[in-house]
Design a protein around this ligand. Structure first.
Ligand code: DGL
Length: 255
């Protein structure tokens, strides 16, 4: 039993889509969300720089007493997960990667689209996952250019967001993709825009966040780290940006 918090980290607000799933799956666990904010977006930064940012973030969360870390950022996972696991060998760490496996099992057209940041798509992690699960299907990729900025500016429910999403995913839908994998934790906030494009070209949207929450549940049990039954959780929001940004993190999930 351990009432210490779980730390959830992202470059900005995107990991809140994971935070929501973790809270749903584990309503008695305290959560500390760290949205860097100061260095967002990470998407096209060099891997070495992202590794350092991720290390600083994990240090910050450990100093606050976190018992398990969720790297709720595909880009930081791609650049830093191996490094983090080497640096903290006894710390349970959960990373994010595009959900190609469920998409490859569900596709009928045998064409799967993956939308993610530049750094997630050009990493070894993505290459390995695509090779393992995408061997007998066609995997089409696209960078969600401008998506992170829209979510950070709270513009996800605008015509601009719809137009941007349509421009990026229309080519893969025209080529027959019937599954579109959200390969960045910011993108679930654009769900409405994706689904609107889907009215024209039907497809299934695939998000890894619920699977990540299940993995957190599993690891807490395995390491005997679950909070006491009846524990009243606390939710805290941290950032490397300013107080206004910190408040925006909390209000993005209506707290
Ligand atoms: N939310 C992030 C991800 O899952 C990073 C977006 C960014 O900072 O570019 O990839």
């Amino acid at each position: 039993m351990n009432n210490a918090p779980i730390g959830i980290y992202d470059s900005g607000m995107g990991g809140l889509s994971v935070w929501q799933e973790v809270r749903k799956a584990l309503p008695e666990e305290s959560l500390i969300y760290l949205g860097d904010g100061k260095n967002c977006p990470y998407g096209s930064r060099p891997s070495a720089e992202i590794r350092q940012l991720a290390q600083d973030a994990v240090e910050h969360l450990l100093a606050l007493g976190c018992k398990l870390i969720v790297v709720a950022c595909n880009t930081a996972t791609a650049a830093a997960i191996d490094h983090l696991r080497e640096s903290y060998p006894t710390l349970p760490i959960v990373g994010m990667e595009p959900a190609i496996k469920p998409a490859s099992l569900a596709t009928k057209s045998r064409v799967v689209g993956v939308v993610a940041t530049e750094r997630s798509l050009d990493g070894d992690l993505f290459r390995r996952t695509a090779a393992r699960y995408g061997a007998d299907i066609e995997v089409l990729t696209a960078v969600g250019e401008g998506f992170v900025e829209l979510v950070e500016a709270n513009l996800e429910h605008t015509e601009e967001a719809y137009a941007r999403v349509k421009t990026v995913i229309e080519p893969m839908l025209r080529r027959g993709a019937d599954q579109v994998v959200l390969g960045c934790t910011h993108y679930p906030f654009l769900r409405e825009a994706f689904l609107r494009v889907g009215e024209e070209y039907p497809f299934t949207l695939v998000d890894a966040a619920p699977a990540v929450a299940r993995r957190v549940v599993e690891l807490l049990s395995r390491h005997a780290l679950k909070a006491e039954s009846g524990h009243r959780p606390e939710y805290r929001f941290e950032t490397f940006a300013d107080e206004a940004y910190r408040e925006r993190l909390a209000s993005k999930v209506n707290l």
